[in-house]
Design a protein around this ligand. Structure first.
Ligand SMILES: [Zn+2]
Length: 449
């Protein structure tokens, strides 16, 4: 093995293939200077990084489970995957992962790195009282927790009042300043004037909003293009929000406004996605051509039929609802299911029967970052098989987000991999037992030592 250790972090030193030079001692025990010289020499002699064979008990390739498979990693990509016996002679080094299942790096489909659990600080106070700096620093901590939990990609569904801080967090991760998953970010997101919070202030206060308000042709075109220009990977629109006469969710944008936003977004090669919790909000968003629907509590058979026919993917965000009910005093397993949860259970099964594609995204940020597996556990509890939940978390999420370079364990894709002890196809909670996390061929967490 050519793996060295500094303060718990794992580094791979490049080895010279065929010369058998190994640097197997920990840096902490070796003379630092000579090690550095050796490292520099090795880099000069051989820019190629060693091929490493990961040998778990089984490999989930994003679609199926394969016993006695191994994965060959070369630099930042997967060089080969298949039966151990076919690959065992090809590697410079081998890492055995006894008892483990190796999966594609998991993809969180709906998160907010710029939020933290509402039972710590409610959403209003996060938006109104936490500075942009505090929120960005918290996001850095959240990003690391996400990566360490085996989630190597996260789609962030809006900065919630922190403007383009998500674009900055993404840049800091890409530049190696902080550790975190690969990000797809929305920026501020777009809401209709008057609909979004924080609420309850008299008109002269001029409090900040949790998203950017825009309306009508000129304003919506300009705001959509502004968010694209400022680094949004997709545009998130709130097709409805809690602004009804009694504070209930009601549609906000017209079909024409949503369609316009979709046209502008699509021109730039990006998708439009929608927060929608009412039947009419969902209908308009689907008609306008959004690619994903977030929450979807008001879905009906007809709405799900439209989604299935058009390939619109549903992100039910089960964990956020259970978290909020818990913050409101609901005791799971003791108290009866609140109406919102009972409804989610019903429509979740309905969506599966109708054949709606269901992605894995829990609205993490409402609850603890790093606890992303909670949504996977609830998807199983609400009626999906563990294997389908694993597919939703890897290949389905990758396909939905147009990420053809990840989400599967396949030759040529990014070596974003996670090893967990146990078999998550039997018990999905096994994804919590993280043994190893690799991002782009680099080991960022290693519990094997
Ligand atoms: Zn959200």
């Amino acid at each position: 093995m050519t793996e060295c250790t500094i303060g718990g972090a794992a580094y791979f030193l490049p080895s010279v293939r065929g010369l058998g030079i190994l640097t197997s001692y920990p840096l902490t025990e070796a003379p630092m200077r000579s090690t550095l010289i050796l490292t520099m020499l090795l880099v000069l002699v051989s820019p190629a990084v060693a091929q490493t064979l990961l040998v778990p008990d089984r490999v989930f390739d994003g679609e199926e489970m394969h016993e006695d498979w191994a994965v060959l990693v070369d630099g930042e990509v997967i060089a080969a995957v298949g039966p151990v016996s076919d690959l065992v002679d090809q590697a410079d080094e081998q890492m055995n992962l006894p008892g483990a299942t190796l999966l594609p790096g998991m993809i969180e489909g709906h998160g907010h790195l710029l939020l933290h659990p509402y039972d710590e600080t409610n959403w209003n106070d996060q938006v109104l009282k936490e500075s942009r700096a505090e929120r960005a620093i918290r996001a850095a901590v959240h990003a690391e927790a996400t990566l360490m939990a085996g989630f190597t990609t996260l789609r962030d569904l809006g900065s919630e009042g922190a403007a383009y801080a998500d674009v900055g967090v993404k840049a800091a991760i890409e530049k190696g300043v902080i550790q975190g998953p690969r990000l797809l970010v929305a920026g501020p997101a777009i809401v209709a004037t008057g609909s979004y919070g924080p609420k309850g202030f008299h008109p002269e206060v001029g409090q900040p909003l949790g998203a950017h308000a825009a309306d009508g042709v000129d304003d919506l075109i300009r705001e959509t293009r502004t968010q694209i220009g400022n680094g949004a990977d997709f545009i998130k629109v709130y097709a409805d929000y809690r602004w009804g006469p009694n504070g209930e969710a009601m549609p906000s944008f017209t079909l024409e406004e949503l369609t316009l936003m979709r046209e502008i977004t699509a021109s730039s090669g990006r998708p439009l996605v929608a927060h929608a919790a009412t039947e009419e909000g969902m209908r308009r968003a689907i008609m306008a051509g959004v690619e994903t629907i977030e929450h979807g509590d008001g879905a009906t058979e007809q709405i799900f039929g439209m989604m299935a026919a058009r390939g619109v993917v549903w992100y039910p965000t089960l964990a956020a609802v259970e978290a909020i009910m818990g913050y409101n005093g609901w005791r799971k397993g003791i108290d009866p299911d609140p109406a919102r949860i009972a409804n989610k259970k019903t429509i979740f099964r309905q969506a599966m029967e109708i054949g709606v594609k269901i992605g894995m995204g829990g609205d993490v940020g409402v609850y603890d970052h790093g606890d992303n597996a909670w949504e996977m556990e609830l998807m199983v509890e609400y009626g999906m098989t563990p294997l389908d939940v694993l597919r939703a978390t890897t290949s389905l999420n990758a396909d939905t987000f147009h990420l053809s370079d990840r989400g599967r364990v396949k030759e040529g894709l990014l070596a974003d991999l996670v090893a967990v002890s146990g078999n998550p196809a039997d018990d999905v909670s096994a994804v919590r037992n993280v043994m190893l996390v690799m991002k782009g061929g680099e080991i960022v967490r290693n519990e094997m030592r």
